[in-house]
Design a protein around this ligand. Structure first.
Ligand code: IPE
Ligand code: IPE
Ligand code: MG
Length: 282
């Protein structure tokens, strides 16, 4: 199989133009995290089994990973399987595990060729051995890549991660390495599995639900939230661009006043032109 170089492959001129406009703002998020929701409903809406939605959702994963990488975004985190998702019917869980395994097997060459670094967060020890094995080899192989860091949240729950962090911290206190006074923003961060990631600038949720479903609770403190009714299997490049465009229109104040955070150079004209191009594109 030939490996596509995402930066030099032939791209639709409109697609290229939009990507150039987005990157030229210099304000794209550094970390985008996605709650990929709505696969089941998407399939059932056309009378098909839920697993068809998961299969189609993989095409969206491919499209979004590629576009994110082309845009030079540094971190993409995908919520692929929550710790609560283990409660689903065994057949659906089994299908999702096999799908994950086959995605990694099929895609790792292309991801590696495009300098993607694969990481995970979550209780991955709970995954089937075969999945753990392909994950390990994909992570080892791509460990030194300098492009997009693609983090798969698998068997992940933010409360689980916080719990684990507290246990590890308590153990370090017992060993005399830490003391209770050391608890601060920085140390909490260091004990979380997400310590290698900056906080997400933008969290996208597909399929309309207005909730975080146990995703990055600590890290999302000041993330911009973008919820679209579009189900994950239909979320492709154009939808990603629309989400980024909305993100660019937001004013991130971090508790300050608007006057304090305004940097003077109004980029709103630039973004409204971008929005017009996007509307024509999708
Ligand atoms: C997201 O789609 C995939 C996972 C949670 C694994 P869902 O399977 O949750 O689909 P809906 O939300 O039931 O439609
Ligand atoms: C969140 O979706 C988890 C993932 C996308 C992997 P769910 O479908 O599990 O969330 P709820 O149950 O609707 O909150
Ligand atoms: Mg769901």
């Amino acid at each position: 199989m030939t490996r596509v170089d995402w930066l030099t492959e032939e791209q639709h001129p409109d697609d290229k133009a939009i990507q150039e406009r987005l990157t030229s703002t210099g304000s794209l998020p550094s970390h985008v995290a996605v709650i990929m929701d709505g696969n089941g409903r998407w399939a059932q809406g056309s009378g098909r089994p839920r697993i068809d939605g998961h299969r189609e959702g993989m095409e969206s994963v491919r499209a979004v990973v590629k576009a994110t990488s082309q845009l030079g975004i540094n971190f993409l985190t995908l919520y692929a399987f929550s710790i609560e998702n283990w409660k689903r019917p065994a057949t659906e869980v089994g299908f999702l595990m096999r799908l994950l395994e086959s995605y990694l097997r099929k895609e790792v060459d292309e991801l590696h060729a495009n300098r993607v670094r694969i990481r995970t967060i979550g209780n991955t020890n709970a995954l089937p051995k075969a999945v753990q094995h392909v994950l390990r080899s994909a992570m080892d192989r791509t460990a030194n890549n300098q492009g997009l860091t693609l983090t798969l949240a698998l068997s992940y729950g933010a409360r689980w991660d916080l719990m684990r962090a507290m246990q590890l911290f308590a153990l370090d206190v017992r060993r005399g390495k830490m003391s209770p006074e050391d608890v601060n923003d920085e140390t909490i961060r260091a004990y979380l599995q997400t310590s290698f990631l900056p906080d997400p600038d933008l969290i996208i949720r597909t399929s309309g639900e207005m909730r975080l479903s146990n995703f990055l609770l600590w890290e999302a403190a000041y993330s911009e939230l973008y919820v679209t009714d579009i189900p994950w299997p239909e979320f492709r490049r154009a939808e990603l661009y629309a989400a980024l465009c909305t993100y660019l229109e937001r004013e991130r104040r971090f508790g300050k006043t608007s006057a304090q955070v305004q940097n003077g150079d109004s980029s709103s004209d630039h973004i409204s032109t971008l929005r017009q191009i996007l509307n024509a594109f999708s």
